[in-house]
Ligand binder design. Structure first.
Ligand code: ZN
Length: 276
């Protein structure tokens, strides 16, 4: 640990970052590197089975930071919208079983309907599952996605839109998730970070980098320091907003996934301390 590091012990890694590993392998390797937090992706938990995943996590010294990812509410088909709500309730059950305090929501979009209409369906979907989330004591974190994903992945594309939605829903368990990959370009970012942070609505903070040039708009995320995102500036805003939670490294990268995951994980720890 560097002297004066303003974010000691706040490193969390998403299992998707080390996609080659099973949940058990990831837990062992993260612990060995002194990492304290883990965010579990559904595929990793499903591969091991939820019960086994819970036992693996309970036996470790890692804190489960979030379960990833629910949402995908909008559809032109009413039966698909109902199925999405059922699926989100199942994911809330899984999050509870795994001991996760937060379910990350990638809210969804359907190119057959307008973005405005999709946003109404997202609000209805979140409101439909909130009583269930409340019974389990699990927070819902609305993660805005970069507008390049507005066709099929999310109609929530800026932190301002996510903050407006959380304000409209107005429930203590509904807040937002900031992912620098999606939001770094937004001129309103600092103002919107302060807005959600001061209201206690900033639930999670995801980091990586934007490579220049980027070669793939899904699976070419950079390690912190490999790209052009002003990570230290954004971290300063997040901390100024009162956020003291984990800094979650979430990297989809064919380039990094092809490497030895142990070496990559060491680079993740280094980059967290020096470039974020
Ligand atoms: Zn994210």
């Amino acid at each position: 640990m560097e002297a004066g590091n303003p974010k000691p012990d706040k490193l969390c890694v998403h299992t998707i970052t080390t996609k080659k590993w099973t949940l058990g392998e990831a837990v062992d390797a993260y612990s060995a590197e002194g990492i304290r937090g883990i965010s579990v992706w559904q595929d990793a938990a499903a591969q091991a089975g939820i019960g086994t995943s819970r036992r693996i996590l309970e036996a470790s010294d890692l804190e489960v930071v979030s379960y990833v990812r629910g949402g995908f509410f909008p559809s032109s088909s009413s039966s698909a919208r109902l199925a999405a709500i059922d699926n989100n309730r199942r994911m809330l059950d899984e999050a509870a079983e795994l001991g996760s305090p937060l379910l990350v929501m990638v809210c969804g979009a359907d190119p057959k309907i307008s973005l405005a209409h999709a946003r109404e369906q997202i609000q209805l979907g979140l409101e439909a599952i909130l009583p269930y989330a409340e019974a389990l004591g699990i927070k819902l974190g609305i993660e805005p996605l970069h507008p390049m994903y507005a066709d099929t992945r999310s109609a929530i594309n800026t932190l301002g839109t996510a903050n407006d939605l959380a304000a409209a829903i107005d429930h203590p368990l509904c807040g937002v998730v900031i992912d620098v990959y999606h939001l770094w370009w937004d001129p309103a970012l600092e103002v919107e970070i302060i807005r959600c942070g001061r209201k206690g609505k900033l639930f999670a903070y995801h980091i990586c980098d934007w490579r220049v040039p980027t070669t793939d708009l899904l699976n070419d995320r950079g390690l912190m320091g490999e790209g052009c995102i002003p990570l230290k500036e954004i971290r300063h805003w997040v901390q100024k907003a009162g956020f003291d939670g984990y800094h979650e490294v979430e990297i989809f990268s064919e380039r990094h996934w092809a490497r030895d995951p142990y070496e990559f994980l060491k680079d993740v720890v280094y980059a967290y301390h020096h470039h974020s």
